[in-house]
Each structure stands twice: as C-alpha cells, then as structure tokens.
Design a protein around this ligand. Structure first.
Ligand SMILES: [Zn+2]
Ligand SMILES: [Zn+2]
Length: 285
C-alpha cells in the first residue's frame, strides 16, 4: 500500500523548539494533546477501549516520537483506527508517511486539501515579509512541496461525520488552508481547532519558546485568505466550545476560552490580520 508515497524533495527536519516539546497533556479522559517541537498532535479515544484516532502528525522526522507516545498511552503495538488531518501544512503532516507505513491505517482530510496531499499542487509560498516575528522570517526554509500519499488518503464523508470519531463532526474552517477542518463534539463542546485559531503567537520565536498563552488568529506566514479565516473563527466561536486544543499553543478552556474567542471575533482585524504582507488586502476587511 505504500509504494507510491513520498514527501516533497524539500522535506527536512526543522530545528525549532518550545518548552512544551515532548510534553503531553490529558485534556479530557479521551483527549490527549502532545507537543512535537512547536506543533500539537492529538490522540482521541479512551485508553481503556484502545479505540482511538490520531489527529495531525507533527513535524518532519517525528514518527518515532509519535509512535512511542501512542504506545505509552494505549499499550505496546497499539495503532489508531485512522489518521485525521486538520490540513496538510508541513508541520501537520511531518511524520505521516512513516506512520502510514508503520500502522497501515487510512488517512482522512477535506477534499479541498487533496491536491496538497497527493503531490498535485504546492501551497502558496509562506510569506517572510508578513508583519511580525522571527518565525515568519524563517518560513521560507519550511518544506512547501506537496507530499504524495497516493491512494492512502480519503475524503472526509460529506455528511459531516468523522470516521472512527463517532461523537465528533468536522466543520469546514478555511482561510489558513482551503480545506482546513476543525472537529467538534456537541455533548461536551470539545473542539479540536487545528490552526483556525491558536493559543500562542506563532510568529514570534520567544513566544513559541515560552508557550505564553494568548489567543491568536491562524499562523500569519501561511494564511492566505484572511476573509475566510475570519468567518471560520466566527463559526467556531458560535459553537461556544468549553475546551479547545489548537495546532499550536496550550489547550484552553472555560471562561478564558469563552472570553478569548469573543475578543478574537470582535477584534479579529487588529489581533489576527497582519498590517502588511503579500496575502493581506486591508480593503476587504
Ligand atoms: Zn497550518
Ligand atoms: Zn500549524
């Protein structure tokens, strides 16, 4: 099943870290968030039943770390039922081919992400000129060529259900990437937001390093449609999540999450949208 898969030719380890790197947090009994360098992965499922999925796959070269975190939580040789991707940026698909080969499990993503996951199209180049932050300036070194998962990746079902995550539904939250999705569970209002909004200012090396908690729009250097990104945040705030795990930064819950999301919606143009950058057109806001 794996013979046709390959990473882009610019795939490489990226030397970047944070105080959270290698640390896992049990956010809910069946939601475990682990930080790989500067990005989060989520294991969703109860360790007692051993039925679980992996949401997103970390940085390049992190497969061994992800496998050992998984086995620590679910037992030796355990494997998820599936891998769900919030989107296909390099820091969310970093270990995916190694993991698919190791576990032989299907991958699901939104249909608009398919060109970036099957070697057909690169994302627009990251923008090092965008307002703010050393990480933005480093962004041209990030892998940008599409990976090719061949026929190992499938479209998420169009009815909103998420394979092997029975209580969750996926919500299309474009802007940061065209087929970006967030995952929401009504019964406890748990949200896996991906990069639709995050809880750290990801552009700034120091803030990433310290993981200082602060509501933020999607990472600026890779966000190309700010109008859609704003609509996506409005959509997620309307769900009134009580706990959120995001692609970057620490989990957030309760009153802090509620008030932070309200503030992000109200002040999106100031907090999230950069003052300048090649994907910014202030006229449309
Ligand atoms: Zn991203
Ligand atoms: Zn990201």
């Amino acid at each position: 099943m794996d013979k046709d898969m390959n990473y882009g030719s610019d795939y490489k380890y990226i030397p970047a870290t944070s105080v959270g790197s290698g640390v896992g947090i049990q956010v809910l009994p069946d939601l475990f968030c682990h930080t790989v360098q500067i990005v989060n992965i989520n294991l969703v499922g109860n360790p007692e039943t051993k039925e679980f999925v992996l949401v997103d796959t970390g940085m390049p070269d992190s497969a061994n770390e992800i496998i050992s975190v998984t086995e620590e939580r679910f037992g030796a040789n355990s494997r998820p039922k599936a891998i769900i991707l919030t989107h296909g940026h390099f820091d969310h698909v970093g270990a995916i081919i190694d993991l698919v080969k190791h576990w032989e499990v299907p991958v699901y993503a939104h249909e608009l992400e398919m060109p970036f996951l099957t070697g057909q199209r690169s994302y627009p180049e990251p923008d090092p000129t965008v307002e703010g932050g050393m990480i933005s300036k480093m962004s041209p070194m990030f892998p940008n060529e599409p990976i090719d998962l061949g026929n190992n990746v499938e479209k998420l079902p169009s009815d909103g259900t998420v394979p092997h995550m029975p209580d969750f539904r996926w919500i299309h939250t474009p802007g940061h990437a065209p087929g970006h999705v967030s995952l929401f569970r009504e019964k406890d209002r748990a949200l896996i937001a991906g990069d639709a909004f995050i809880t750290v200012k990801q552009e700034y090396l120091y803030k990433v390093l310290t993981q200082e908690q602060e509501i933020s729009g999607p990472p600026r250097y890779l966000t190309t449609d700010w109008k859609a990104a704003k609509e996506s945040v409005i959509k997620l705030e309307a769900l009134k999540p009580t706990v959120a795990v995001t692609g970057h930064g620490l989990p957030m819950s309760g009153e802090l999450l509620t008030s932070s999301l309200q503030k992000l919606v109200k002040e999106f143009d100031r907090i999230a949208v950069p003052d300048y950058g090649k994907y910014v057109d202030k006229n449309i806001h």
